[in-house]
Design a protein around this ligand. Sequence first.
Ligand SMILES: C[S@@+](CC[C@H](N)C(=O)[O-])C[C@H]1O[C@@H](n2cnc3c(N)ncnc32)[C@H](O)[C@@H]1O
Ligand code: SF4
Length: 385
Amino acid sequence: MALRPVSQKLWRVLGTGVRSCSSGAPVTQPRPGESSQPAVEDLSRRKQSLREQSAPFSTFLTDSFGRQHSYLRISLTEKCNLRCQYCMPEEGVPLTPKADLLTTEEVLALARLFVKEGVDKIRLTGGEPLIRPDVVDIVAQLHRLEGLRTIGVTTNGINLARLLPPLQKAGLNAINISLDTLVPAKFEFIVRRRGFHKVMEGIHKAIELGYSPVKVNCVVMRGLNEDELLDFVALTEGLPLDIRFIEYMPFDGNRWNFKKMVSYKEMLDTVQQRWPELEKLPEEESSTAKAFKIPGFQGQISFITSMSEHFCGTCNRLRITADGNLKVCLFGSSEVSLRDLLRTGATEEELLRIIGAAVGRKKRQHAGMFNISQMKNRPMILIGG
Ligand SMILES: C[S@@+](CC[C@H](N)C(=O)[O-])C[C@H]1O[C@@H](n2cnc3c(N)ncnc32)[C@H](O)[C@@H]1O
Ligand code: SF4
């Protein structure tokens, strides 16, 4: 596999690109004030028991509830060309200095390590991933990783029509495009920028290039766009879209409140009143979406019910932020810097121990929407949704 020249330190974690499962003895990091010994024993027992069940999956990426994390989201940038109200605080966010962001080499080194351990799906996100100048190159390099089956991107669609052909050629095989309104003036209000027609152009380009379904992410907010639910559903009649209605989630600086959130049940009820024949589709393993289809329509709709009916029990996702922190839960503030480990020359084994310990500490489920709304977390734009 041809890679760009990399530093000595990074070679240690690049490996061969051939997928294998690790069986190294796990070590955990104590929390402040805790002795490490019981935690080490506990983790060892857990990993031992998982091995005995002969799960053909990395013990490091398997948490204490048996959840196997085969899906990694990597944020490629903290920057964005839009300013969505629900994601970006009005006053903006303090950006991490460039030197502290993951380099392309580091992104690829981490991706390779996770894929070796069993990750088979990587989604590139941000900020807006398509403003990163080398995004096509990154996709091409990921495409060479043996065992990686899905490379996806979540984008606001502004640069998509132009970039999708080279991205597809490079190996991009899944796409989510964010669009919260079908009314151009409202678009400008929600995202605080222009660009509605570019996003629509991007959606049509994705259809034209054969992505099916083209997933459209729509964050539903009361008083803003909940009156457009049926218009969005109607789009699926003639287009192979999967319109994903997302419950509005609380993050730092987004002024979330319960009254602005439109719940899954309420959305479903609205759609069923208009289309009583709406059919539930079988749930895919580890999917966050509850999918439905109106018979005869080309596309489908889904609901992402993170707030009203969480799906933590089947969560298989891990996240790496643009500044290189591993985040095991979208709604948890605990993070561990993989960037610092890489830069201090950690071996693959050392990295895996730290990753395994962080995954091992993942909680059974998030704290519930009211607690989350009070908790300290990053703004969504600095996490990577
Ligand atoms: C943070 S964005 C990053 C990728 C890209 N810039 C985009 O907008 O698609 C990823 C996804 O998170 C969603 N998102 C952001 N803030 C949210 C919130 N408060 N509640 C629910 N979804 C949110 C966006 O709608 C988008 O679909
Ligand atoms: S949702 Fe995406 S497009 Fe909107 S501000 Fe956040 S990162 Fe940017």
